[in-house]
Design a protein around this ligand. Structure first.
Ligand SMILES: C[S@@+](CC[C@H](N)C(=O)[O-])C[C@H]1O[C@@H](n2cnc3c(N)ncnc32)[C@H](O)[C@@H]1O
Length: 238
């Protein structure tokens, strides 16, 4: 389906999809199997309409593009390896590849991976169906850049706790982890999903042996709403 967020009825279709998806099993949290079932259902019940995938912007995140402008990937002669975690429909992964990274992108939902491949048939990105909690052995310690946008915030409780080490272990020595996430004030509760991160939660990556490079707050606006975010970068020591 050719659809654009500029379509006059795109927002209406998205709202209807949100209402429908909120009623599905696993929508409001749960264990690994519950959340996995819900993510699969999002893509499988979308009928090819990206309006029915609540997070699909059909464009790379501007904050990722800004970071990549200053941190390109080296290109064909000296490629750096990037991994996009929970890649959805592939726009961020395509931006990583366009910035010169040899890019692998994965999502647990195979329907998302099929859809990304269809959207970008000429892509150099290696799109794979895989689970962050059970990745191919060859990915451990393999990537110069791991990019994660909005997946940590889509997990809570024990799943979120497990996602920190599962993400950090993918970095090669000297590799960097780039995170884009909603944030919330310290000590406040989140009525998710999503469950925005408290800034202190990100120190978990330092406990796991990574060095903090930056933790930059920024805000996005949705109509009248101002949504706090953080762009964080960590580095695995050489
Ligand atoms: C909120 S969406 C964000 C998608 C994309 N990163 C973006 O910025 O638009 C979270 C994505 O992570 C995927 N996901 C959730 N848990 C995962 C896991 N354990 N392993 C791989 N992908 C996962 C979901 O299927 C979904 O596509």
């Amino acid at each position: 389906m050719n659809a654009s967020p500029k379509d006059p009825d795109f927002a209406g279709r998205r709202n209807a999809a949100r209402d429908r998806l909120d009623g599905l099993f696993g929508a409001k949290g749960g264990d690994r199997a519950d959340r996995s079932a819900w993510f699969h259902a999002v893509y499988e019940t979308a009928g090819g309409d990206p309006a029915a995938v609540p997070w699909a912007d059909l464009a790379a995140k501007p904050e990722l593009l800004a970071w990549l402008a200053d941190n390109p990937g080296g290109g064909a002669d000296a490629p750096l390896r990037a991994l996009d975690v929970g890649c959805g429909l592939g726009d961020n992964a395509e931006a990583l590849a366009a910035a010169g990274y040899a890019t692998t992108a994965f999502d647990l939902a195979s329907a998302a991976i099929d859809w990304a491949r269809q959207r970008f048939p000429q892509s150099t990105v290696d799109y794979c169906a895989a689970d962050l909690f059970d990745p191919p052995a060859a990915w451990i310690g393999a990537f110069d850049l791991v990019h994660e946008c909005y997946t940590l915030q889509a997990l809570d409780g024990a799943l979120r706790a497990a996602a920190f080490p599962a993400t950090a272990r993918l970095l090669a020595p000297g590799g960097r982890l780039l995170i884009l996430t909603r944030s919330r004030a310290e000590g406040t509760e989140a009525d998710g999903p999503p469950w925005p991160l408290m800034p202190s939660e990100l120190t978990r990556f330092e406990e796991l042996g990574l060095e903090k490079v930056e933790k930059t707050p920024y805000e996005l606006r949705k109509g009248e709403r101002v949504i706090p975010h953080i762009r964080a970068v960590f580095r695995r020591p050489d």
